[in-house]
Write a protein of this length. Sequence first.
Lengths: 299, 365, 283
Amino acid sequence: MPSSATGRKGARGARPLFGGNALAWLGLIPFFLFAFAFMILPAGNILIGSFQNREGAFTLANFQNLLRPNIVKSYLVTIRLSIVTALIGGCFGLLMAYAIILGGLPKPIRSFLSTFSGVASNFAGVPLAFAFIATLGRVGLVTALLKTLFGFDIYDKGFSLYSFWGLAFTYIYFQIPLMILIISPAIDGMKKEWREASENLGATAIQYWFHVGIPVLAPSLLAAFILLFGNAFGAYATAYSLTGGLINLVPILIGAQIRGDVLHDPNLGYALAFGMVIIMGLSIIAYSWVQKIASRWMK
Amino acid sequence: MKRFGVFILSALIMLTLGSGVFAQSKDLIAAAQKEGQLTVIALPHDWVNYGEMIETFSRKYGIKVNELNPDGSSGEEIEAIKANKGNTGPQAPDVIDVGLSFGPQAKADKLIVPYKVATWDSIPADVKDKDGYWYGDYYGALAFEVNSDIIKNVPKDWSDLLKPEYKGKVALAGDPRTANQAVMTVVAASLAMGAKTPADVNPGLQFFDKLNKAGNFVPIIAVPGTVASGETPITIRWDYNALSNRDKSAGNPNIAVVIPAKGVIAGVYIQAISAYAPHPNAAKLWMEFLYSDEGQLIWLKGYGHPVRFNDMAKRKVIPADLAAKLPPAEAYANIVFPSLAEQDTAKTAIAANWDKVVSVEVMKK
Amino acid sequence: MKNIKRTALSWLVLLLGLLYFMLPLVATFLFSLKGKKGVLSFVAYEHVFADPQFLKTFFFSFQMSIYTVVAGLALIIPTTIWVHLKVPKAKPVIEIFALMPFVIPPIILAFGLIRSYSRPPLALVTTPALLVAGYVIIAFPYIYRSIDAGLRAMDLRALTEAGMSLGAGWFSLLFRVVLPNLRTAILAAIFLTFATVIGELTLAVLLAWPAFGPYMALVGRDLAYEPAALAILSFAMTWGSIGLIQALSRGKARPGTVVAPGLAVMAEETKPTTTRSTTNGLP
């Protein structure tokens, strides 16, 4: 729970301006109304449809089907892909954001990279898949260069773009920019003077990070991580174009059931989507719990 | 007097029940023009020349054609009808063009309504619903689309694809668990590998297993870009699409279209009118147009075999130059039309077993 | 010494990143030049520009992006500020809402919107407003996260209390104190929303609007070299649009500074110590 009323070591005093009372919740009505009208209500089908069969009668069969081994596997693969790309994208994005903001690089680079990140964060789906096929596919640019310049055929050595790691490598193309954009405000808030002060006091870089840098960034890092996780979790166009269904991701399965020509069991699709909602909900709970622990640690 | 009246009445009834009312009659045209719009779905312009079909219809009758989701699949068309049940806006489709196997289910789900076009009788019986709910419009056979700039030795048959010279070169044009075209590819391979009926897909799955283990299979969905770049220089798709791609490429790259020697599978698509069509008369007029000689020939121009092909050939209304553009008739001599039941069995079996054959676990040799 | 080491490392990171980001674009660009056999030519680009649908759909999506940005910011900035200041307990609820759009498949959202809003009295399905509403939902996670990060980085409570004690009204506070400090965050939110809407595919297709995403998908399935040209062009045009937004906002305060001078002094003084404790207030 937010310790807004107690435990704040601040110059300003411990209580929020008006307390979190019921009247204040009214201020959130426009938001909740909008979210209900355009998100909850339309998505209600997820809930309703997953409990129905084709004729509309109530059934739990869809959820039973979720326990099939290939579906369980697809959830695991999707979660694994999302975590991996969130971590890699998050770490490298953090490094890049730090480099361009506090790393002593010329100022124009920051605005260049911000703009680039804005564009690249949504360069996903078919164009991205094709771009990577054109780069690292069997006849891709880099593949061909390595072959002609170094006699090194990466496909002979076992590499394939059409694999879990190939897909992950492609995903981080939009994860890193997202991280850069999201973490920049937090890094902005880290003042240069702190670093200089800590160096003057004799702290090493590692000590600075451990005692000042990471604690300050931690909440934003966690929030960014879960955003990146969600971003990857729901993505499918890139995976579909790159691996043609080779890798079973849940969004691809959902697409196959709802819009596919072959299987066409929309109710199973809804149940799959419901499963994703549950997993996302659990992730949020986990995230809140970690946030709480982290904030306690920082006191 | 009464008998005469009955005679006149029954004559009138017979006149109206004759082809008069259901043909492209003035009444139907007027009613359709009053509606002013037709909403179609999932009709790419270069898919059996739908571009020309739509444009000709629109110009001829002055009816605006609203095109939804050209990239859509048959499944999406059905979902679009369901989702737009109360909606008379432009998102609701009037007519659908879906795979054969979607007909009976759509009829059972009450998503389509019957309408027998004027040329009903010349549509072969095995590709139409006897009550007129849906009927075949065109068909094609699965063909190899080969980038002949990169592949000098063009494969002629399914067994050729297993040769080591095609390592890393063969891809499907879809995912067999979601796309009709890809499912039929597995069925065609199955027939070529000795299956007795289209329902037996095991030889086909084994073929792809072999193709995969040999390293010839590239697990991405082939699109014109990947065929041109050489990432997927050999792919398998409907002949009308392959031929149309060949024409569009205009030599850059050169594309060879080969109907395989064995395992020639026909894919039939069907037309139907949505039960919730906002413009039912425009829909009926569209059907009449499609099944008229004029409409059928437009499809033929797009390399699709119109469903009334045999009837039109018998009546000698097919221009010779058009007939010459199609691949030679001998290539289609052994064409197989899978029945609805066979298609259903095949689909289920492939969907269930595909990832045992080709999946990330399998790829990690 | 340490500075040089840090700068060198920053350059290394930057170059690695740029290599990773540029190579696929270069590969796409090179492929797009192969429209004519044997030579490098821009004929694929000529085809794209010759198609009237290209600019038409891009401008449509551009318009929708602007509406989405305006509607999204107007809804979410006040809400997030309100939550930070007055109803911190609502934060977990908002967080859940802010992550839900990721797990609602766009196809389900689209069909759901059609089903709910195709009948009177709420027959919104024929107006672009429904599309914009859908886009706001899709962009919501990014907008919220940006604004939230921005608010976290500034001590909102301190600033507002200081402002009020200086006699500023709510309006003044919002526009002269809070928003300028949120500049980085707001820009990030705008960029992300913009990019999301320009390329969005499913909602536009199913709600039957002539948007850029469906146009790109259509070209992709039909032609060989034009999709690559289109990808490069859409990258460039999105870049241009975002650059434009960035340039237009350059007139205002630079990030990290506060407009009202009196507040600036107080904010600077209190920032280091209070920033740490702000993080304690989070759920």
